[in-house]
Ligand binder design. Structure first.
Ligand SMILES: C[S@@+](CC[C@H](N)C(=O)[O-])C[C@H]1O[C@@H](n2cnc3c(N)ncnc32)[C@H](O)[C@@H]1O
Length: 239
């Protein structure tokens, strides 16, 4: 799958540019490609994203491979990449001639983060698709908060990785009061069983979400949660 993807996608060829080397400079390139591809293929199930003008918010963007693919493949759209990493660790988008990426260097657990996010959504003023590929622990919950709170958000794709850390649980009352106690303490069962329950619990924080395993992803953390808003379930914008 990765081989076919690497051969076929013009966006992947762009990774060879020196200015974008950081996008490919990741720990496990094949796995990262499979994760980015899972996002692009899942987006295709939701809408004709390559042709529309949308605002993708790539939370915990890491080396920004997904951001890079989206920015090149969807030139009418804007991509906001969010991570706590210093901007020097991101690809050099401007030098590569890519002008539809913004980088928001933020701690997503910081009080006030959602207000900063809201301002970005208002500035870009396009229908928002929230993307959370392997947002660790509580950061996946923050992704659901962005989707649920802001009417500009029309869809979310969320693929969680690790469960909550003890620090997350300690801060749960302020950071994620909506999370039920049963999800704060996933102690019983093996790792895969706990991951399943974590993904199912996150899906329950999103109205009308579905969750499916994507076996083409080269990682056991391959549960993709989908949700989208329509007028019936409270969304301001139809999809
Ligand atoms: C597991 S990586 C996922 C990267 C990428 N989405 C992927 O799938 O390859 C988690 C990312 O979350 C970022 N991160 C960790 N804590 C964060 C925080 N408090 N706020 C924003 N980003 C954070 C890390 O810098 C890292 O890039």
């Amino acid at each position: 799958m990765c081989k076919a993807y690497l051969q076929d996608q013009p966006a992947v060829a762009a990774l060879k540019q020196t200015a974008l080397h950081r996008a490919a400079n990741c720990h496990n390139f094949r796995q990262e490609v499979s994760e980015s591809m899972a996002i692009l293929q899942s987006l295709g199930k939701l809408r004709r994203w390559e042709e529309e003008a949308l605002h993708f918010v790539d939370l915990c963007c890491g080396s920004a491979m997904t951001t890079t693919f989206l920015a090149i493949s969807a030139p009418k759209s804007t991509v906001t990449a969010v991570d706590i990493r210093p901007p020097q660790q991101l690809p050099h988008f401007q030098e590569a001639g890519i002008s539809n990426v913004r980088y928001l260097c933020e701690d997503m657990t910081r009080p006030g983060f959602l207000e900063v996010m809201e301002q970005v959504l208002l500035d870009v003023a396009l229908p928002v698709i929230v993307l959370g590929m392997h947002c660790c622990g509580a950061l996946s919950v923050v992704a659901t908060q962005i989707y649920n709170r802001f009417p500009q958000c029309v869809a979310i794709l969320l693929c969680p990785c690790c469960l909550l850390r003890s620090l997350d649980v300690k801060r749960a009352g302020t950071l994620m009061p909506e999370v039920p106690k049963s999800l704060l303490a996933l102690e019983n069962g093996g790792p895969d069983e706990r991951y399943d329950r974590w993904a199912a619990g996150l899906a329950q924080l999103l109205p009308e979400a579905t969750c499916e395993r994507l076996p083409d992803m080269l990682t056991p953390c391959n549960a993709m949660i989908f949700a989208r808003k329509n007028r019936e379930n409270g969304g301001a914008l139809g999809v």
